[in-house]
Design a protein around this ligand. Structure first.
Ligand code: HEC
Length: 109
């Protein structure tokens, strides 16, 4: 690789590191993980996918709601890793659940 390429790689790594250390969890990485593993049922902004809710015959909660936002990070993590009610544990999740939890909090209205 060229020297400039290495510099870019180093810069990118530093940026990623500083994001993690500033916020603890990485909401941006969490969003990517959410888009991949949750969006199908929970919608891009936390509003349930009506077709999926109908198919599963369940009410999918609005993730931006005070009720969901009021849950502790530990509870939210548990929903993701262990499932809850009709929601199965999310096995396809990339990265730590804490990142997704951080992203969930950005949905708060
Ligand atoms: C296959 C569809 C599906 C996928 C994929 C899915 N969920 Fe859910 N989720 C549900 C359903 C259905 C419920 C309601 C469960 C119930 O009340 O029986 C729910 C509930 C929740 C709740 C509220 C739990 C509570 O205590 O009220 C949260 C938070 C949540 N999901 C987050 C996520 C996150 C984050 C992901 C991705 C990592 C995800 N879900 C992936 C279907 C899904």
């Amino acid at each position: 690789m060229k020297k400039t390429t290495w510099t870019l790689v180093a810069l990118a790594a530093l940026t990623a590191l500083s994001c993690v250390s500033m916020f603890g969890a990485d909401a941006k990485a969490g969003q990517a993980a959410y888009d991949k593993s949750c969006k199908g049922c929970h919608g891009a902004t936390g509003s349930p996918n009506a077709a999926v809710a109908k198919m599963m015959s369940v009410t999918i909660p609005e993730l931006s709601s005070a009720e969901v936002q009021g849950k502790s990070d530990a509870d939210l993590t548990k929903v993701i890793t262990e499932g809850k009610g009709k929601m199965k544990p999310v096995k396809s999740l990339v990265g730590p659940p804490a990142d997704v939890v951080a992203y969930l909090h950005t949905l708060k209205k």
